[in-house]
Design a protein around this ligand. Structure first.
Ligand code: FIX
Ligand code: ZN
Length: 416
């Protein structure tokens, strides 16, 4: 056997750990923006503490009216969340523990006094700081979520290129497919002749809208989050817009489509962004799309734990489907391990284990550290099994597998 072969458990652990540590990550779905997008680029402890995951968790303990929280300043909200989830209660949840991981990885001195912590975050040069956070998390490329219907973001695109090649765009189009009746007016205001009825003129105008935005932001993929009730085909505008506009344009520009399925939006509107939950979706819609459009690539993640097994079995049937991430409420160590173990055992290495979904920059650090720890342990188990069966495990095999999981599967699926 070559001198490249690992011969013991401890050697496997070292090679896996080094491979996980060395491999630069492509984060295939986030809500992050570069510093050139001004106030959309979120970082710092007050933004971290007012992450919507922590807001909804804090409200489980709070008696105050929702409105009085929303009237507080960001700093006051952060104070209240720190008091509630870190002082009155020990930080237990993944989102709360994530804050502690960030502080630890950024060498922020441990203190229960939030003002001490704030002082450690006092801002330096933002570009330098963002580079440091990306270095610590080893994330090399960040895919954004770019919403042409958000005027706050649109203004930056209208100024021209965002000028930071570490950030890639993704054209997010939920309102077109999920809420056409209320989106018509927005698209019309943007200068396109469209109608509630998705007639020929509307199809043509929407195709032009898509072309204009693809040529403006050069997206890596087109993205939709879809409710747990999503069906395809159906008799309304959703299917017409998918079949007549979105999919033909994706085919023309050879763009994958990311489908994020299983949301139940605004079950508690008083929580605003924190008010969404998960719902189990019917797999038939994805099955029909993959079968009807075998040349269209679909990146797919689902929000319901109950859909994960079905999604894995579906992805075994369609090579134009690539699973990605343990989305949102599934991004906890327990569920990441359960889901990733299932994926390894049914798909081999042919999936994208994680995306961060970060909204605040430093979250890259905890979301990826926590996931990499789980990946490392699962890969260890796998190679130990191979060793026991006498399979010659090469260092290059391990590094090749890890490279695929953390970046290669993204690049190959999107660019092939
Ligand atoms: O639809 C999405 O992109 C979701 O990820 C968000 O709506 C959600 O708020 C989130 O950030 C979850 O992590
Ligand atoms: Zn997201």
């Amino acid at each position: 056997m070559g001198n490249n072969t690992v011969k013991s458990r401890s050697e496997i652990r070292d090679v896996v750990a080094q491979g996980i540590q060395d491999t630069k990550i492509i984060d295939v779905h986030t809500h992050l923006f570069p510093p050139s997008f001004g106030e959309l680029c979120l970082y710092g402890i007050d933004e971290l503490l007012t992450y919507h995951y922590l807001i909804s968790e804090a409200f489980l303990w709070l008696d105050i009216p929702y409105e009085s929280f929303w009237k507080m300043s960001k700093r006051e909200q952060a104070d209240l969340i720190w008091e509630t989830l870190f002082l009155q209660n020990s930080p237990v949840s993944e989102a709360a523990q994530g804050i502690l991981t960030i502080l630890d990885e950024l060498n922020v001195p441990v203190s229960k006094n939030l003002d001490d912590v704030r002082r450690a975050f006092d801002q330096r040069d933002v570009d330098e700081y963002i580079s440091r956070v990306m270095h610590v998390s080893n994330v090399e490329e960040i895919v954004m979520t770019n919403d042409p219907f958000d005027p706050a973001e649109r203004q930056y695109w209208e100024k021209g290129e965002m000028g930071d090649d570490r950030f890639r765009s993704a054209l997010r189009l939920d309102p077109l497919v999920n809420d056409w009746d209320h989106t018509v007016a927005l698209v019309r205001e943007m200068g396109y002749e469209v109608d509630e009825r998705v007639d020929r003129r509307t199809v043509k105008s929407l195709q032009q809208f898509l072309k204009d935005w693809i040529e403006k932001i050069h997206p890596l993929y087109v993205a939709l989050s879809l409710p747990h009730t999503f069906t395809f085909p159906e008799r309304g505008s959703s299917t017409r817009i998918l079949e007549e506009c979105l999919i033909p344009i994706c085919e023309q520009y050879e763009l994958p489509m990311a489908l994020m399925v299983g949301t139940k939006r605004q079950v508690n509107p008083d929580l605003k962004l924190a008010g969404d939950m998960a719902g189990r979706a019917d797999m038939a819609a994805l099955e029909n799309l993959c079968r009807q459009y075998p040349h269209q690539k679909f990146l797919v993640t689902m929000l319901s734990r109950e859909n994960q097994y079905e999604l894995i079995t579906l992805s075994r049937k369609f090579r134009n489907l690539m699973i990605f991430g343990c989305w949102w409420f599934l991004n906890t160590p327990y569920l990441v391990e359960e889901i990733t173990r299932m994926r390894f055992q049914l798909l081999g290495n042919r999936f994208i284990p994680q995306h961060s979904d970060c909204r605040v920059f430093e979250q890259l650090i905890y979301k990826w550290k926590h996931t990499k720890h789980i990946l490392e342990n699962l890969l260890m188990e796998h190679y130990e099994q191979l060793l026991k069966k006498g399979w010659p495990v090469e260092v290059s095999d391990i590094r090749n597998d890890i490279e695929k999981l953390l970046r290669g599967n993204v690049l190959h699926f999107i660019n092939s």
